[in-house]
Write a protein that binds this ligand. Structure first.
Ligand code: FAD
Length: 380
């Protein structure tokens, strides 16, 4: 495994860096985070960044995951908002690529790669988060249609997205084996949205999504009935590497701010960076970022080679999001009172970091996945 970026990866990283400095930061400074950043999302498509690891045949970049996570980390170097949106947009693309029919792929993937259509992934319900196999949203066959009834919660891009991959129960009493996954297009009859939720860390655009006798064509089923849970979990295995990458970008941003501030802020007649207590914090922050980056790259490396990667992906998600939380907490500490002020950037990174420890399986769930893998051989 090579720790240096390839020439292609470095070129892509520079392209993303220019985009962040030239477009992303000025856009957020001017417009804030309240609305979904449509112009930035569309620009991702123009730059060829909206489908980096997906096949060129369907308009994607045809690059590997190792390259994708370099771009995601760079995109998150001033906060994980746009990187997070791109990673979530990637979940439906992953699913359609791996499990979709040729018709489904041809219809949805090219416009998603051009960022003309935005995707969302709808699994979580008010009473089923970590225990995702306990979802209640029902999908009943009626002739050549499915009728969906139920409610999802915390759906990133809810109300904004054009394409929703929705997990629903087609056979009650069978747990995970009774779940199927469907494509629901915005505008489908009976698809409705609740008010915007307000998770900490402003950039996250999430809403409740309601299915009120929502009718969709039968051919919007993905794979076969009963495969939906596997479809969702397979996507999340890969998705976790992207959460790790965006959290790494965020951690690096918090660290960069803290390092610079420590050399500028004076106390007792010295820059605070002269104090060993601050130096040790900076050293620990840099060390944990390096460690998390190595595991994240390893997860992508294994995935690119078709090797089992799900436990390492969980390790990467766990380590990178915990690192982002710790590093951003320490960054606030290094800024002292100013760290808590909205006039300075680190409190926002700190608030965003918390979300990473919860989404795509909480960090407790990541530990369960890792432990299951460790104990597997003793259970045969
Ligand atoms: C900003 C944001 C965006 C999101 N985007 C999406 C999205 O796009 N699509 C989507 O489907 N979902 C989304 N979610 C939902 C997210 O995936 C869930 O919140 C998450 O899976 C946890 O589920 P829960 O909130 O129901 O917590 P619960 O499952 O109720 O868990 C509560 C606590 O108990 C712990 N816990 C639960 N079970 C165990 C166990 N067996 N052992 C130890 N601890 C356990 C959890 O780790 C957690 O600390 C989003 C959430 C947020 C906050």
């Amino acid at each position: 495994m090579d720790y240096l970026l390839t020439e292609e990866q470095e070129q892509l990283r520079r392209l993303v860096e220019e985009f962040v400095l030239g477009d992303v930061n000025p856009y957020y400074e001017k417009h804030g985070h309240e609305e979904f950043p449509w112009p930035l999302f569309r620009k991702l498509g123009e730059l060829g960044l909206a489908a980096i690891p997906f096949p060129a045949e369907y308009g994607g970049g045809g690059l590997d995951y190792s390259t994708y996570i370099v771009a995601l980390e760079e995109l998150s170097r001033t906060g994980s908002r746009l990187g997070g949106a791109l990673a979530v947009h990637g979940l439906p693309q992953l699913i359609l690529n791996q499990f979709g029919t040729d018709e489904q792929k041809s219809k949805y993937l090219p416009p998603m790669a051009r960022a003309e259509l935005l995707g969302a992934f709808a699994l979580t319900e008010p009473h089923a988060g970590s225990d995702a196999a306990s979802i209640n949203t029902r999908a009943s066959r009626r002739g050549d249609k499915y009728i969906l009834r139920g409610q999802k919660i915390w759906i990133t891009h809810g109300g904004e997205a054009d394409i929703y991959i929705v997990m629903a129960v087609t056979e009650k009493g069978k747990g995970a084996k009774g779940v199927s996954s469907f494509i629901v297009e915005k505008g489908a009859e009976g698809l409705a949205f609740g008010k915007r939720e307000r998770p900490m860390g402003l950039p996250h655009h999430t809403r409740e999504v309601f299915f009120e006798d929502c009718e969709i064509p039968r051919h919007n089923l993905i794979g076969r009935e009963g495969e939906g849970f596997r479809v969702a979990m397979t996507a999340l295995d890969s998705g976790r590497i992207t959460v790790a990458a965006t959290s790494l970008g965020l951690a690096q941003a918090a660290f960069d701010h803290a390092l610079r501030y420590a050399t500028e802020r004076q106390a007792f007649g010295h820059p605070i960076a002269d104090f060993q207590g601050i130096q040790f914090m900076l050293a620990d922050m840099a060390t944990s970022i390096e460690a998390a980056r190595s595991v994240t790259r390893k997860a992508a490396y294994l995935r690119d080679r078709g090797l089992p990667f799900n436990a390492v992906a969980s390790m990467a998600k766990l380590l990178a999001t915990d690192t982002a939380m710790k590093v951003s907490t320490d960054a606030v500490q290094i800024y002292g009172g100013y760290g808590t002020s909205e006039d300075y950037p680190v409190q926002e990174l700190f608030r965003e970091a918390k979300i990473g420890q919860i989404v795509e399986g909480t960090n407790q769930i990541q530990r369960m996945i890792i432990a299951r893998e460790l104990l597997k051989k003793f259970k045969q």
